[in-house]
Ligand binder design. Structure first.
Ligand code: ADP
Ligand code: MG
Length: 433
């Protein structure tokens, strides 16, 4: 069955993806479920992140959709030992774990990530260690890992001999546990301290793991002292991570901390178009807009949508249009559409400006009331699926031209008035996160 599934998938994914990520998997169909055994975490993560949907789609098209699909580390017949017993205890200096697709060239820049990107490019400059460590923080799927790996890939492009290591924090912890168990701490320390650049992803996983933090702290200091590069990511500002030692937090603040924000609509569209291009998918701009308008908070979901579109288009042999996307992504978009409602927007805006909902929806036209109302209408246009007349109706029975005017006014204000722009961005974030 797995072989058939592979053959099926082969027709729609790039061959190199299939060879690189899917061939190494061992499949085990049991009790209506499917366990996929990956040889290591890198493969597991990639499959989990990018390939789970194509696999599920393929099986479903074959009429064989399992009840659940799990992606695990470890070979079925080879060992029953837990994942931590992998050869992780012998970190090899040459394995940098970087994914070659994550580069600055494939990273789409927008207002939301501009600063983070510029900082990352600096961190990848071989002649200049301006800020060290560089900390990139922000929500899930906003490109932290992509940027961090871009630093590594750029460093290696300039200095192929450089010892660069990309490690997820969980992996660092596992590796250390194994090293302790096998009395190999010296080797572990030696490995990390000999690096030219250490990229350590998702340090929120260190929370509560004291021994790991301590080890990391020492590694960290030793690298910093000799001006080796460190890039760190975290899913929020580290000060807000409970269970993370203060001395670590304060060390992070020696360098530069930059945030990645959810991308604005235009950036989301640009990302979709660029990914489509990369995967050889013909994606009309209006379809990109249609999807990006709805899938707002997470770039990973944009990619997921794209891959599903591609698969459906290939099976049915139809070109990708807005109507086609509506159908193919029906369930996924429904989830997003439900997220933000007119009521939700109205309540949030009223709360934000500390005004009464009745005023927001009422007839008063004083600036302090009309402005938030316009913002709320513009947000409704951007964040929901509702038409202009529907939005007008929902805002105390107003005409659709009033809504249109509000949208234009807000667009203009956002370009000229930083306060309005900031309010809009804040509200949009509150509503979509
Ligand atoms: P994070 O580490 O912040 O959770 P990732 O770096 O894993 O997010 O990004 C999730 C996916 O979205 C990746 O495939 C990445 O390539 C893509 N992505 C995110 N931001 C951008 C961007 N600005 N340009 C291109 N791709 C992006
Ligand atoms: Mg990440």
């Amino acid at each position: 069955l797995w072989q058939r599934c592979l053959t099926h998938i082969e027709t729609r994914l790039p061959e190199k993806d299939v060879n690189l990520w899917l061939r190494p998997l061992e499949a085990d169909f049991n009790e209506g479920g499917l366990d996929l055994m990956a040889p290591n975490e890198v493969v597991r993560d990639q499959v989990e992140r990018e390939l789970r949907t194509p696999i599920a789609n393929a099986l479903s098209e074959m009429g064989e959709l399992p009840k659940r699909i799990r992606v695990l580390v470890g070979g079925g017949q080879r060992t029953s030992a837990p994942a931590t017993a992998e050869p992780a205890a012998a970190p090899s200096a040459t394995r940098h774990n970087l994914d070659g697709r994550y580069t600055f060239e494939t990273f789409v820049q927008g207002k939301s990530n501009q600063i983070a990107r510029a900082a990352a490019e600096q961190a990848a400059d071989p002649d200049n260690v301006a800020y060290n460590p560089l900390l990139i923080y922000g929500g899930v799927g906003l490109g932290k890992t992509h940027l961090m790996q871009s630093v590594g890939n750029r460093l290696l492009a300039n200095q192929p001999q450089a010892k660069v290591a990309y490690v997820r924090s969980e992996h660092f912890v596992n590796e250390m546990v194994t090293a302790i168990r096998h009395n190999r701490m010296d080797r572990f320390k030696g490995h990390y301290r000999s690096l030219d650049a250490l990229l350590i992803d998702d340090i929120q996983f260190f929370a509560g793991k004291d021994r790991s933090q301590e080890e990391f702290f020492h590694t960290f200091n030793s690298l910093l002292e000799s001006n080796q590069r460190i890039v760190i990511t975290c899913d929020r500002f580290p000060k807000e991570v409970e269970g993370l030692e203060d001395r670590l937090k304060s060390r992070f603040s020696w360098g530069l901390s930059v945030a990645v924000e959810p991308p604005e609509l235009e950036t989301r569209v640009a990302i979709m178009l660029s990914k489509a291009d990369y995967h050889g998918i013909t994606l009309p701009q209006e379809v990109a807009f249609f999807i990006a308008k709805r899938v707002r908070s997470n770039v990973r979901d944009l990619e997921g949508a794209l891959h599903r579109l591609k698969a459906s288009a290939q099976i049915t042999g139809t070109p990708i249009t807005v109507d086609f996307a509506k159908q193919a992504l029906h369930d996924m978009l429904a989830v997003y559409d439900r997220l933000v409602t007119l009521e939700n927007i109205q309540r949030t805006v009223a709360e934000y400006y500390k005004m009464r909902l009745t005023d927001l929806l009422g007839k008063k036209r004083t600036r302090s009331i009309a402005r938030p109302r316009q913002l709320a209408m513009a947000l409704a246009k951007e964040l929901t699926n509702h038409s202009l007349p529907e939005i007008g109706q929902g805002f105390g029975g107003r005409d659709h031209t009033t809504v249109l005017h509000a949208c234009r006014k807000v667009k203009e204000l956002r370009e000229t008035d930083a306060r309005v722009d900031e309010d809009y961005a804040n509200l949009s974030r509150i509503l979509t996160s």
